[in-house]
Write a protein that binds this ligand. Structure first.
Ligand code: F6R
Length: 609
């Protein structure tokens, strides 16, 4: 996904910008570029491919300045290429911009600029129109030119602009795409994401929607959309830049898999006091609110959606409220039944996923109460929600989500338990029983992590398979979707998840000796049915890795391989069952020599539709 870094100081903008862009590499990108005002002109250099390609073409000492903007691009309009890379300049390169997001009416603007001003476009991007708009409105004041340009633009954007005639400032503006200003000493920064700035600053201003910000080396001024100055509290970033390093692991993904006991513990600790009460500090939802909800919608994308599938079972079982789970890109366009008695739960690691954000706004407009489960503090989803239930996973760098998922699950348990107890549906005994099971999870996850070698062995044995099926029933069904997604996204193996009972309605036709089936059989009351499903697929020649609770040794008689999770209550199995699936996916991808932390075609944060 695109990344923005800008710097205003007294020297060496190039070094700071390149460093910031490198810290955003994990988001995925296909080209990178930088623009600096040098000797009354703006010089733009950009290159397709990795940042190292850019570094080669900006190595000369004469290419540097006290101010500059940089960008990593993830193609949306126009293929990855040098020309389509950002920054983009206007006709005479007296203005340059970088842009994250999408300008929906760019075709219209392009035609108008060509017709009225004879603009000749260099790239195929939607973003280039922004540079030309600012260029035609510019009369010596970059701020007012940016404000005028924004009036013509429809869509989502975080834009940073520089002007050759004002080489001491950056003007930035945002709508539906993140932007953060870093407060330095005698210098200031602007970026799309906090990690880009952490080497240099810890104090930042979070820029809100429709705000414009002017940065000089001594000052950061924020304006609202009426042009009034806005006072913003300083946000202190207390997470450590080291947390973004691999700490001796080969990949961020496996490091993050190992961080799960800590993430789970932390997420529990933040909300459960010593007496075992769930505290909703900072959440305004009252008992009356909870009693008034007659429906819950859980909406998210990808892995976060899979956490929602588990959340549905939990809320329905523990709080007895009907729950619908939907992928955000479907929810937002299908005019869902939402009103003021609906609780809308958005789940998002990044808090910037465009579809999730749009779905949230749709629900909000219809009067729903918005509760979000988010990992990135201060993100757009968090800011636009009525209440936020943070996951405490810490920054997740690998594109494939692991620790965000397990901490999202913990939040779903806590929300369901709280609602069930508040409504008086869940007895104290049941509440205590499940809470104690949750508290035991970090240790049980450690036990599974200690079996890493067994999973690496299974990966060696099965990594050549081209089709893998994940099956399960009840809570195992939702987890099988996540296991399948993990495998396909990092190993590029075709994988497919299905409710085990659905197999015989079609999918079983695909079973043959080349198939691998990962069968999750951790639910006590569904165990025998799962054993029957395993027998059905082995009868067609499929190889099976069966997963069950410790002690369920019968699975060894029907499956080729057995993986055990520590014994626990059925309700909490998803947090444990997913761990071997994550590790298996990781080692399969490793065996196949894949780029595990940055799988092809994927980005960490999907801020476009
Ligand atoms: C898969 C993965 C994605 C994300 C999805 C939503 O490993 O990471 O499927 O879960 O793009 O992202 P967030 O949670 O940031 O809204």
């Amino acid at each position: 996904m695109c990344g923005i870094v800008g710097f205003v100081g007294t020297e060496n903008a190039k070094e700071r910008i390149v460093d910031g862009l490198k810290r955003l590499e994990y988001r995925g990108y296909d080209s990178a570029g930088i623009a600096l005002p040098i000797d009354g002109k703006i010089q733009i250099r950009k290159h397709v491919g990795e940042i190292t390609n850019l570094e080669k073409i900006i190595a000369d000492d004469s290419f540097d300045a006290p101010v500059g903007i940089g960008h990593t691009r993830w193609a949306t309009h126009g293929a990855p290429s040098d020309i389509n890379a950002h920054p983009h300049g206007n006709q005479d390169d007296s203005i340059a911009i970088v842009h994250n997001g999408i300008i929906e009416n760019y075709q219209e603007i392009r035609e108008w600029l060509a017709r009225e001003y004879g603009v000749q476009f260099k790239s195929e991007t939607d973003s280039e129109v922004i540079a030309h708009l600012i260029g035609i409105y510019y009369d010596g004041d970059l701020l007012s030119a940016v404000n005028k340009a924004v009036e013509d633009m429809r869509g989502a954007y975080a834009v940073c602009a520089i002007a050759a005639a004002e080489p001491d400032k950056i003007v930035a503006v945002r709508k539906d795409a993140p932007l953060v200003a870093g407060i330095g000493r005698g210098c200031n920064f602007i970026a799309s994401d906090i990690p880009a700035l952490l080497k240099y600053v810890r104090e930042v201003y979070l820029i809100e929607n429709n705000e414009t910000v002017v940065l000089t080396k001594d000052d950061i001024t924020i304006y609202n959309d009426r042009g009034q100055k806005v006072k913003r509290d300083v946000f202190h970033v207390n997470w450590d830049a080291d947390a973004a390093e691999k700490e001796g692991y080969d990949h961020f993904m496996i490091k993050e898999i190992h961080e799960q006991p800590k993430g789970i513990q932390e997420t529990l600790m933040r909300r459960v006091d010593e007496e075992g009460n769930i505290n909703l500090d900072g959440i305004a939802m009252t008992k009356e609110d909870i009693e008034g909800f007659n429906k819950v919608y859980i909406v998210a994308c990808g892995t976060a959606y899979h956490a929602g599938l588990v959340g549905k079972s939990l809320i329905e079982k523990l709080a007895k409220i009907p729950v619908e789970v939907d992928v955000a890109s479907e929810f937002r366009y299908r005019d869902p039944f939402v009103d003021e008695n609906t609780l809308f739960i958005a789940i998002s690691q990044s808090g910037e996923t465009l579809d999730t954000l749009a779905a949230l706004r749709e629900a909000k407009a219809k009067g729903a109460r918005i509760l979000s489960v988010v990992n990135v503090v201060g993100s757009s989803v968090a800011r636009e929600s009525d209440d936020v239930f943070y996951t405490w996973a810490g920054p997740e760098i690998a594109v494939a989500s692991t620790k965000a998922y397990t901490t999202q699950l913990i939040c779903m348990y806590l929300i369901a338990l709280y609602m069930g107890r508040t409504k008086g549906i869940l007895s104290q005994g049941e509440y205590d029983r499940i809470l104690n099971e949750l508290k035991a999870l970090p240790e049980k996850v450690e036990e599974i992590l200690a079996k890493e070698e067994q999973l690496a062995f299974l990966a060696k044995k099965f990594h050549h398979k081209e089709h893998v099926f994940f099956i399960g029933r009840g809570l195992d069904c939702g987890v099988s979707y996540e296991g399948s997604l993990k495998l396909k996204e990092i190993s590029y193996i075709h994988s497919f998840a299905i409710a085990a009972g659905e197999l015989k309605h079609g999918t079983i036709a695909l079973m043959d000796p080349d198939s691998l089936v990962v069968a999750l059989a951790t639910q006590d009351d569904l165990y025998e049915k799962m054993v029957s499903n395993i027998v059905e697929v082995t009868a067609r020649g499929a190889r099976v890795i069966g997963m069950a609770k410790e002690g369920r040794v019968e699975i060894e008689q029907v499956a080729d391989e057995a993986v055990y999770i520590p014994s626990c209550a059925d309700e909490v199995t998803p947090v444990l069952t997913v761990i071997p699936l994550q590790i298996f996916a990781y080692y399969v991808a490793k065996e196949r020599g894949c780029n595990i932390d940055k799988p092809k075609n994927l980005a960490k944060s999907v801020t476009v539709e």
